[in-house]
Design a protein around this ligand. Sequence first.
Ligand code: ADP
Ligand code: MG
Length: 308
Amino acid sequence: MSRTTTVVGPEAAAEVLGVIQAAFGARPPLDPPAPALLETLESVAAALATDGGLLLTENGVALGSLMFRREGDTLVLRRFGVVPEAQGSGVAGDLVRAAEEHAVSLGITGLRVVARVELPASVAFWDHNGFVQAGREGEKLHMVKVFPISLELPTPEAAHMFGERLAALLRAGDLLILTGDLGAGKTTFTKGIGAGLQVRGEVTSPTFIIARVHPSLVGGPALVHADAYRLGSIDEIDDLDLEMTLAEAVTVVEWGAGLAEGLADDRLEIDIVRTLGDLDSVEDTDVRQVVIRPIGKRWLDTRWHTLT
Ligand code: ADP
Ligand code: MG
């Protein structure tokens, strides 16, 4: 069996409409009804002509489809449907992966989708595919997925510069959770954040102090720099009383993975990994690879391209 997923335009309107009618017609009736069943050949062709869509076929038979709508730097997945005969055969997962590939090729920063709260299996599906709930409007649940960003930091200066550039994208209330071995560059990067935010006091490895507040010198957010290295549990991080300052500050927690997530639904999880660099080279190139995982809708419209 050969399964293919293709990016399509208005020429595929009839097949896409067929999938929409089969898929949405088979769902239990909703109140208010999903407008998908009101689609016509004209409306589908018009949507596909504007932003395209995806059609998945197996041996030439259409099994699943969706329509894209571009909104700024994000792509909305609309009329996401799988025909009843093909449900449970991985078609939906294939469509999501193809949508992500297409989005990445367009330089899109994330995907959005609307799920109906009355369809918990559908909500669970998006959840499983890395989408998080970003808001609710009546029975409509807005779910988003912001793609991870990966950068190479060849030198300590690059790590510092990355912090400075990222600081320009941050605002009060933001939480950053840093992971990486001792010496990975977490503090070096945080120094860059401090420089970018223009805060008072030198950002250092908080050896004796667990959390330090650096007030802004320019009327912006303060930097709260915490080191959870010697913290054993979430109870201790609660004792730090970070929540009091969280709303007014940019909070950076080193070694915070598994501890600090509960502090905010929207956060950046940042992993810094030492790579071996060029193995043929005699010198230690000290290259670090950093992966930023944005969690939550806060990061949908962030101008990530300014980091490079
Ligand atoms: P951590 O806080 O993760 O323990 P630090 O930032 O305190 O790490 O220390 C990182 C050390 O590694 C610094 O001495 C820094 O100069 C050095 N270093 C070498 N190459 C890099 C790089 N590409 N990025 C960041 N730090 C680097
Ligand atoms: Mg450190």
